[in-house]
Ligand binder design. Structure first.
Ligand SMILES: O=c1ccn([C@H]2C[C@H](O)[C@@H](CO)O2)c(=O)[nH]1
Ligand SMILES: [Zn+2]
Length: 137
């Protein structure tokens, strides 16, 4: 699926909801399901800094909580207000791999409109997954 301009409006609106009193680094995520339903994600920080959660994970967790399943997703868009798009952290990469197909596109954007297209496999090559657990003796 190619990038759609309306996704950029969606991810910008999601970013506006970020709760970032500590870093003031707002991240938006916009997850598009194959049935056209979309899920907003934003980072939600905490005074206990280690309990901050990223935008990518809030979008994915929201979709799962609303009954969507791995394999239901078509694309994920992320945005930051940075000169070049920033890239998901390691924890998000692992969660994206768990819930999205390896070939699913991930669009890294910034609010001025730069777009970098990657896949889940690009973000976490040779990643650990449930398939590895099947090899247990
Ligand atoms: O991919 C990322 C990287 C960081 N953050 C958030 C976590 C924290 O709130 C802030 C600074 O790390 O940005 C995200 O939402 N997604
Ligand atoms: Zn993250």
């Amino acid at each position: 699926m190619d990038f759609k301009n309306e996704w950029q409006d969606g991810v910008k609106a999601a970013r506006e909801k970020a709760y970032t009193p500590y870093s003031n680094f707002k991240v938006g995520a916009f997850l598009i399901a194959k049935d056209g339903t979309t899920f907003d994600g934003c980072n939600v920080e905490n005074a206990a800094y280690g309990d901050c959660i990223c935008a990518e994970r809030t979008a994915l967790v929201s979709a799962i909580a609303q009954g969507y399943k791995p394999g239901d997703f078509e694309a994920l868009v992320v945005t930051t207000d940075t000169p070049t798009p920033s890239s998901p952290c390691g924890s998000c990469r692992q969660v994206i791999k768990e819930l999205c197909d390896d070939e699913m596109p991930v669009y890294l954007t910034n609010i001025k409109g730069n777009v970098i297209k990657l896949t889940v496999d690009d973000l976490l090559p040779l990643g650990f997954s449930g398939r590895d657990l099947e090899d247990v003796k």
